[in-house]
Design a protein around this ligand. Structure first.
Ligand SMILES: [Fe+2]
Length: 249
């Protein structure tokens, strides 16, 4: 079994295109997308079309949900991006493709299980909305509650910070483990990072390859300036959303 796990594309077509090419170059045909295809970025429709075409399994993210229903707890910048995204989804292309995208979003599941692996956007406890940050390893109660809901392995996104959470209250960043982690009999949570808006001070797109018991974190360069310039040219997308792509924060 060899599978690519992508998450948090956030309507960044340049990042997604580079990641899909990297996946193809390694002869991986199975792609799971862990949500947040849209939101923040300039190409929601194009990214949705790519995910519909290429992903075998897609999970609902909080920004995908926000395109469908008005969200709670979004800051003004994110909310403005939601409304702009909705406008694009309502107006871009033939009625057929518009309906296809809405139907796809409306039918996305919140979790997917395969053997010992669980796939969610946020966490095993609150699949769409809960954040599990590296510093949460110091919150024993939260860690226990999360690990209690996992058979063995949980793959998630949402924070845009890649790494592995172990039951020994450790967070291992990809650099610390040389981008690889071997699955064993202990439970773990793996954050697969973000394709379209990394927040770990590395502007390159991030995704994970799951091959049998080996997890590999991949970083892929793309032309960040192209995406940033698109964001700067759209009034309803705050310039900060373009700036943060360059710094990876
Ligand atoms: Fe996200």
């Amino acid at each position: 079994m060899k599978r690519a796990l992508i998450s948090d594309i956030h309507a960044n077509l340049e990042a997604l295109t580079a990641v899909l090419a990297d996946i193809r170059a390694q002869n991986i045909s199975e792609i799971f997308c862990l949500g947040d295809i849209v939101g923040y970025g300039p190409n929601p429709c194009e990214c949705l079309d790519q995910v519909i075409r290429n992903a075998k399994v897609t999970i609902l993210g909080n920004h995908d949900q926000a395109a469908l229903f008005d969200p709670d707890g979004f800051n003004p910048v994110a909310l403005q991006a939601v409304y702009w995204t909705r406008e694009q989804l309502e107006a871009s292309g033939e009625p057929n493709s518009i309906n296809k995208r809405w139907d796809f979003l409306g039918e996305l599941p919140r979790t997917h299980s395969d053997g010992l692996s669980l796939y969610v956007h946020g966490s095993a406890r609150e699949p769409t909305n809960e954040y599990v940050f590296p510093e949460d390893v110091y919150n024993q109660r939260k860690m226990d509650a999360l690990f209690n809901r996992i058979d063995r392995y949980c793959f998630q996104g949402h924070t845009h910070i890649p790494g592995v959470f172990t039951t020994d209250r450790e967070f291992l960043s990809p650099e610390e483990i040389n981008n690889q982690y071997r699955l064993g009999t202990d439970s773990i949570m793996v954050n697969v990072g973000s394709v379209g808006q990394p927040r770990d001070n590395d502007s390159r797109a991030c995704y994970v390859i799951q091959e049998d018991d080996l997890i590999t974190f991949r970083r892929v360069s793309y032309d960040v300036d192209v995406t940033s310039e698109k964001i700067y040219a759209i009034n309803d997308l705050d310039n900060m959303l373009g700036d943060r792509l360059k710094s990876g924060r």
